[in-house]
Design a protein around this ligand. Structure first.
Ligand code: 2HA
Ligand code: ZN
Length: 270
């Protein structure tokens, strides 16, 4: 079957990276049923031939107007689709969409009319924000990492940067590779505009990974592999913390001085 990915190596690589990450999410138990979603801004790898392609769906309202997204292209996981299926067949469980010139609708371009993720308004609002800020970030990831979600059920951990500090202090790599820590968004209805706005506010406070209380995380990065890596290192620390607690003790964590040393050696922002 013909695919938009044929003879477009850079675009095919972006989609292959999404499929790779979708497989990891399933293997880690972070993607039950249709849980989680991924969108990647693929506009840089769209050529004139794709721009000339007719839509294969009617224009669908996004629900918000996003002025920075005019004519932008995204690869999106399909709504109600499973990560484990996206891993094996990305173009049958996701699609490339184009934002129409009114910045308020999307249309599906290829390969199949797979309707994008239920969290599309959040994802696109975040991409709109990132472009507006001049960010080079192209990928956004929402997933349900078990240990991090478990920790978000403790009100103490929801206070600003309490959980960040605990997670950073579990192993030196966490601060080095998730250097902005973990933002916190209180529980809000999945897919709601309020949740999208709160997520953007938290990203604007200088977080790459934001916790949605009792639900999951939302991460942004240059590419989808890097977004996954940030969530993975943070969740690894959450797992170490829980292992220590289940052995019957509260882990000491690295000291403030040890963490300051990491920040200085790795030139970290916080
Ligand atoms: O797409 O995880 O939050 C399924 C979800 C919604
Ligand atoms: Zn979710």
């Amino acid at each position: 079957m013909k695919s938009i990915l044929d003879n477009r190596a850079a675009l095919a690589k972006q989609v292959a990276d999404v499929a790779e990450v979708a497989g990891y999410l399933w293997q880690k138990g972070w993607a039950e049923r249709n849980g989680g979603n991924i969108t990647v801004n693929v506009t840089d790898n769209i050529d004139d031939d794709v721009r000339a392609m007719p839509a294969i769906s009617p224009a669908v309202p996004i629900g918000v107007t996003l002025p920075n997204l005019k004519g932008k292209y995204f690869f999106c996981k399909g709504t109600n689709r499973r990560m484990r299926d996206l891993a094996r067949n990305p173009m049958e469980n996701g699609s490339v969409i184009r934002i129409t010139d009114d910045c308020a609708h999307y249309e599906i371009i290829a390969d199949n009319p797979v309707k994008p993720t239920s969290e599309l308004p959040s994802h696109l609002a975040v991409h709109n924000y990132l472009i507006g800020k001049g960010s080079t970030y192209k990928a956004s990831l929402h997933t349900h990492p078990i240990e991090l979600v478990a920790m978000s059920h403790n009100p103490e951990f929801l206070k600003k940067d309490v959980l960040t500090r605990i997670l950073w202090s579990m192993i030196p790599e966490t601060k080095a590779f998730a250097p902005r820590g973990l933002g916190m968004v209180p529980y809000m209805l999945p897919s709601s505009v309020e949740l999208a706005q709160a997520t953007i506010k938290s990203i604007d406070d200088d977080y790459d990974v934001v916790m949605w209380e009792k639900h999951g995380v939302f991460a942004v990065e240059e590419d989808i592999i890097s977004a996954f890596d940030q969530v993975d290192v943070l969740n690894k620390s959450a797992n170490i913390y829980m292992c220590a607690r289940s052995m019957g003790f509260v882990p000491d964590g690295m000291s403030d001085a040890q963490m300051r040393e990491i920040s200085s050696v790795f030139h970290l922002p916080k």
